[in-house]
Design a protein around this ligand. Structure first.
Ligand code: B12
Length: 213
């Protein structure tokens, strides 16, 4: 195993083992070894999150472990975020972002928002559990080029369609590009709700939107 893949594996393992004390040091080590910050997030820590999700499904982990895994990943993000400048992209614009109503998952949204900021986007983050009314109001107020919505629960992803329908109803849809993201997204779903693009990983998302600039 190369040094890089070994470090990525250790980052993933630390998330799975909920090792909140070790994660900041491991993130530093990754940076020192020349691993780009976005790779440490997506190919390291986020891979561990997938294992955590699997263990939860297998009833090996419970809600307490999900919470702890989230906290561990946030500790790692605190070290890596200032270094998220490795994706080579041009352009800038304004983006309104949020996690849809009923959904409290924000780690992936925050990763995407950090990558956008690193590309000189102005990011207006509405947080989690954002209602269609709040999204539409923010689009009216801030007139962004980009609206980004995140959902991790299959039960909440439908809320994205409500936002787009409301934008259309209020005559705001044509002025903004809409990207939806999160693990349960599919191309078919994005087309069905009338989103402009879909991404299941944040780097892919940044590539797509910078192509629009
Ligand atoms: C951590 C976690 C939590 C934490 C969240 C902490 C936080 N602040 O976010 C807590 C403990 C709160 C939580 C709660 C729950 N969770 Co949870 N959680 C997870 C877990 C383990 C990891 C998610 C994560 O952060 N991954 C790391 C990030 C980096 O990845 P990501 O979110 O997928 O984001 C990436 C991409 O999707 C993309 N992306 C994300 N958003 C966006 C947006 C845009 C615009 C773009 C371009 C890209 C993009 O970019 C990111 C980086 O590449 C997942 C399992 C999993 N593997 O996903 C379950 C999971 C999502 N949770 C699940 C469940 C069931 C729940 C609960 C219902 C549990 C319960 N019984 O209460 C509650 C729901 C609470 C609520 N109302 O939202 C299920 C969802 C099942 C489903 N199909 O709907 C999962 C899949 C676990 C499982 N396997 O069953 N959870």
């Amino acid at each position: 195993m190369s040094e890089r893949s070994e470090i990525l594996q250790r980052l993933s393992d630390a998330i799975v083992e909920l090792d909140i004390d070790a994660i900041p040091r491991l993130c530093e080590e990754a940076l020192e070894a020349g691993v780009p910050a976005h790779e440490a997030v997506i190919d390291g820590m986020a891979k561990g999150m997938e294992v955590v999700g699997q263990k939860y499904e297998d009833s090996e982990y419970y809600l307490a472990e999900l919470i702890m895994a989230g906290e561990t990943m946030k500790e790692g993000m605190a070290v890596l975020e200032p270094h998220l400048r490795a994706v080579e992209m041009k352009s800038a614009g304004r983006c309104v972002i949020g996690t849809v109503k009923g959904d409290l998952h924000d780690i992936g949204k925050n990763v995407f928002a950090s990558l956008l900021k690193a590309q000189n986007y102005e990011v207006i983050d509405l947080g989690v559990d954002v209602s269609p009314e709040q999204f539409v109001e923010a689009v009216r107020e801030h007139e962004p080029q980009l609206l980004a919505m995140s959902a991790l629960l299959t039960t909440t992803m439908g809320g994205m369609g409500s936002v787009i329908a409301e934008l259309e109803r209020q005559g705001l849809r044509d002025g903004v590009k809409v990207i939806v993201g999160g693990a349960p997204m599919t191309q078919e779903f994005a087309e069905e709700i009338g989103a402009d693009a879909v991404a299941t990983d944040a780097v892919m998302g940044v590539r797509i939107v910078s192509g629009w600039a």
